[in-house]
Ligand binder design. Sequence first.
Ligand SMILES: Cc1ncc(COP(=O)(O)O)c(C=O)c1O
Length: 457
Amino acid sequence: MEVMTANGVQAYVEKAQKYMSERRAHRDRVRNLRFDTIAVHGMYSAEEAFSGGQGGIIEPIFPSTSQAYRDSDEMEAALSYQIPTWCYSRIHNPTVFYLEETLALLESYGCECDATGLCTSSGMAAIKQAIEPLLAKRDAGAENINFVSAAQTYGGTFQLFNVRMAERGAQVRWVCEPWKLEQWEPLIDEGTRFLYVEMPSNPQQAFADIRAVADLAHSHGIPLIVDATIATPALMRPLEYGADIVVHSLSKTAAAGGCTISGAVIARQGMVSRHLEDEVKADYGLWLKLWPFRDSGPSMSPTTAHTILGEVRTLRLKMEQMSRNTMTVAHFLADHPRVERVDYLGLESHALHDLAGRYMRVVDDGTPSFGHLMSFNVLGSAQDTRVFFDGLQRTWRATDLGRIKTVATIPAISTHQQQGEEGRCLAGIPDNMVRLCVGAEHPDDTIADLDQALARL
Ligand SMILES: Cc1ncc(COP(=O)(O)O)c(C=O)c1O
């Protein structure tokens, strides 16, 4: 074991500076690679494989809870954050860091700005981590703390905003039609800390003009946060259009295999917020990781990170295929006599098709592509909807989405049940709505299953 005793803490700081500058140079080279190459390799290189291990071509899992130090000087330098450290896996872990870097590079792909990623134990943890510091009561007189959000959010997000944040004294103000810019402006005032939009939203397919909403937020000195879980960076990268923070439930499309619960916050370096200190805004993602996240502990396990790294390598391929399949299924449903209405942004008949087409495109290729989440309303009552739903044979009935396997749910009795009739009305979730997430099966087989279930009505 190498022991450094001569120069104390400073020697470790100097050694770390050299390491960090080499790492930055490597990162700059990776940033210039194409999306698929970054997704496949991330920051893991042959040099790293040989220097730290036995040359394995896949990032290793580092299960250890903590890192040992060569002596007390290294420990002091590390724990005072003077040098990078894996000190304790709740804060930092090398396998998780490979994923954080990959996500940051993918999410900021093609952007002038750089970004920092933070992985969390779930998508809800990511959203909570991203927003809480922005809502902090920074001075004794701070009253009227609020934030403005599109009303069409995942049910858990709706509850977090409507109930949990209200308990902490922060008021959510809902925008019912987030695609209309004029609905955002009147809700913003001195106490507003950020704007928030989920797009495409789960399950209603709401969408907003990111660039316009980001400009509006910035004109008030506040950030825009986008939940881009459904699109993934293979189809849409909100930072490119001015968003400050992107949150993901990695439990979903990004890890379509369906074996992990996880999330991520990816924050622009140099984000806008008149409420945060300059050093925090300079790298909000890193600050979150080193301070609030360390103190609250919703960390991702290294095995989860390893699974997701494997999934992300084929992200663009999967998104392209599943989007194509969804388009085929959406056309079938749109023509079906037992279907009242289909909401899929890919359909030209969808009111937000053109707006979504400006933002959702296959990375590097540019073809408009709308992801694999859609919803449709069965022509009939809530009971008819159950009859159809119970008749599905290959499509899985589950409160899940983003899967490589086709999955359906009835939001009113599952994901959006907690928010009650009034909340569902606000968010546009009728009882006869079915959320369908089309997987990678051949679309003919998916259609055959839907067709036989609709025939039961
Ligand atoms: C769009 C969106 N954001 C966030 C979440 C929450 O993610 P998780 O279940 O990983 O906590 C979900 C869950 O369905 C979601 O669909």
